[in-house]
Ligand binder design. Structure first.
Ligand SMILES: [Zn+2]
Length: 431
C-alpha cells in the first residue's frame, strides 16, 4: 500500500520533534517511528471545533512561507507558526469539483464520482456518488453543527452534492473583499457555542485563464496578477482567523488551511486550472493547527496528499472512517496520487514513488501510456522518461494503483453548471 511513498520523514525543528526523540532513544524501525508519530498526532486533546479554510487554486509557492519569493501572505505565514506545515502536499485533482469532493469524502476522484463528463466539458459534472459519506455528515453524527461559507468559489457548490451534511451552506459573491466571510463566521460562532465544523471556501484566484499558448513575455504579468490576488485572499484568511480568535474559538480548534488544486501561470505554455498535473497545478499549501497548538512549528517535508486531511480530522475527533475511504492520516505513509479525466474520456493519473520520481499515466480505450519525471534533475518537468528502461518503475507503480478495491455504488447523478436542479441521471464514463 505504501510502495509509492517516500520513506523518509523529516520534521523540523529537530529540537521540538517527538518523532526524532523517539527514533534516537529507541533505535526504532521506520515503521515503529511512523506508528509513534501517528499515535502522537491522534492522542492529544480533541478539538472543540474543526475549521477548514479552503482556498481555490492556491499554489504552494503563492505563499511566502512555502517559498514564494515575491509572495505577500502575512496571515498564512503567521498561521504556519501555530501549526504543522506539510511543505510538499499534493492535491488529488487538478480542478475544483473533484478536488473539493476528495477533501470532503476522503476518496480519490474516481471513487467519489464528482468529475467531469468524459467529453472534457467542465460545465458538465457529475454530482457526488450517493454512497460517499462527507465529513459534514460524519461530524454532524458525532455531535458537531456543520456550516459552510463560500465566497467566489464556484466549484464548491450544492449542485455537485458538496453541501451534503451541512445544515447551513452560504454562498456570497466575492468582490475582492472576501464577501464578508469573516463577519458571517463570527455570527455563526456567536450563535452556536456548541462544537462546530466550518468549511470556509475562499475564491478569487481562479480568474486567470488563457485559452491558448501563453507567450513567455506574459508570464511575468500573470505572476504579478496572481500575487496581487493572493494578497487579497490572504487578507480574508487573516480576517477569518481573527474572527475565530475574537470568539474564543481558535486555541481549542483544529484549523486547517489548504487548496483544492494549484494553477499554471505560463509554465509549459499554459495558464489556468485543470491543466495537466504538473507541480504548480497540484502542489498546494497544507497547514494544520491542532487544538492547544500541539506540534506547533513542525515542518513535514515528506510528500503527502491533502486527501489525508480527511482521515486526520476523523482520527483527531475520534470518529471512525466509513467504508470506501482511501484517505489515511497525514502522519501515516500513504500513496500520493492525482486523478483526472482527459478531454476524450481517458483516465489520467499521476503519482509519486519516493521524493523525486513522479509518474504520469494516461489510459484510454485499453491503451496506457506512462512516463516519469526525475524531479531531482528535472524540476520543471520538461524531460519525461518514457523509454524502455523506465518500464519496470512504471509497471510497479501502475500495478499498485490498480490493486485498489473499487467500491460498488449506484449510478451517479449528473449535475451541470447550467442545470441547478441537476439529476440528468447519466451513467458514469468508463474510467
Ligand atoms: Zn478550484
Amino acid at each position: 500500500m505504501c510502495s509509492l511513498t517516500e520513506r523518509v520523514v523529516i520534521v523540523r525543528p529537530p529540537s521540538r520533534s517527538p518523532c526524532r526523540t523517539l527514533g534516537l532513544a529507541l533505535i526504532a524501525t521506520l515503521v515503529a517511528l511512523i506508528a509513534s508519530c501517528t499515535r502522537e498526532s491522534t492522542n492529544g486533546p480533541r478539538p472543540h471545533d474543526v475549521v477548514l479554510v479552503l482556498v481555490d487554486a492556491l499554489r504552494a509557492d503563492g505563499v511566502s512561507v512555502l517559498g514564494g519569493a515575491e509572495a505577500h501572505s502575512p496571515a498564512i505565514d503567521a498561521f504556519a507558526s501555530d501549526g504543522i506545515v506539510y511543505s510538499r502536499a499534493t492535491a488529488p485533482a487538478t480542478w475544483c469539483v473533484p478536488g473539493v469532493a476528495s477533501l470532503l469524502t476522503g476518496r480519490w476522484p474516481s471513487f467519489h464520482g464528482a468529475e467531469r463528463l468524459g467529453d472534457g466539458d467542465r460545465t458538465h459534472v457529475r454530482a457526488l456518488d450517493g454512497d460517499a459519506t462527507t465529513l459534514a455528515e460524519l461530524l454532524t453524527d458525532a455531535g458537531f453543527r456543520a456550516a459552510a461559507f463560500v465566497a467566489g468559489s464556484g466549484g464548491f457548490a450544492p449542485i455537485h452534492g458538496l453541501a451534503r451534511g451541512f445544515e447551513s451552506f452560504t454562498v456570497v459573491p466575492d468582490g475582492g473583499d472576501g464577501g464578508g466571510l469573516a463577519e458571517r463566521v463570527g455570527d455563526w460562532l456567536a450563535a452556536h457555542p456548541e462544537r462546530s465544523f466550518l468549511v470556509i471556501g475562499i475564491g478569487g484566484l481562479d480568474e486567470i485563464e488563457v485559452g491558448g499558448p501563453v507567450a513567455p513575455r506574459l508570464r511575468a504579468a500573470l505572476g504579478a496578477r496572481y500575487r496581487s490576488d493572493v494578497a487579497a485572499v490572504d487578507r480574508t484568511v487573516g480576517e477569518v482567523l481573527a474572527a475565530l480568535r475574537a470568539a474564543g474559538r481558535y486555541d481549542d480548534a483544529l484549523v486547517a488551511i489548504t487548496a483544492d488544486h494549484g494553477k499554471l501561470l505560463g509554465e509549459h505554455g499554459l495558464a489556468g486550472d485543470s491543466s495537466p498535473p504538473f507541480e504548480p497545478q497540484v502542489h498546494v499549501p497544507l497547514i494544520v493547527k491542532h487544538a492547544g497548538a500541539r506540534r506547533a512549528g513542525e515542518w513535514v517535508e515528506r510528500r503527502v496528499s491533502t486527501l489525508g486531511l480527511f482521515a486526520t480530522i476523523l482520527a483527531t475527533t475520534g470518529v471512525a472512517a466509513p467504508p470506501g475511504v482511501q484517505a489515511r492520516p497525514l502522519d501515516d505513509l500513504h500513496p500520493v496520487w492525482v486523478e483526472e479525466l482527459g478531454t476524450g474520456g481517458g483516465r489520467l493519473r499521476a503519482g509519486y514513488d519516493g521524493p523525486e520520481v513522479k509518474l504520469i499515466s494516461f489510459a484510454d480505450r485499453g491503451e496506457t501510456v506512462a512516463c516519469f519525471f526525475d524531479l531531482s534533475r528535472d524540476p520543471d518537468e520538461v524531460r519525461p522518461r518514457c523509454d524502455p528502461d523506465a518500464a519496470p518503475v512504471l509497471r510497479a507503480a501502475l500495478s499498485s494503483f490498480g490493486r485498489r478495491d473499487r467500491p460498488a455504488r449506484p449510478p451517479a447523478t449528473l449535475a451541470t453548471a447550467h442545470d441547478p436542479a441537476g439529476g440528468l441521471g447519466a451513467e458514469r464514463a468508463a474510467n
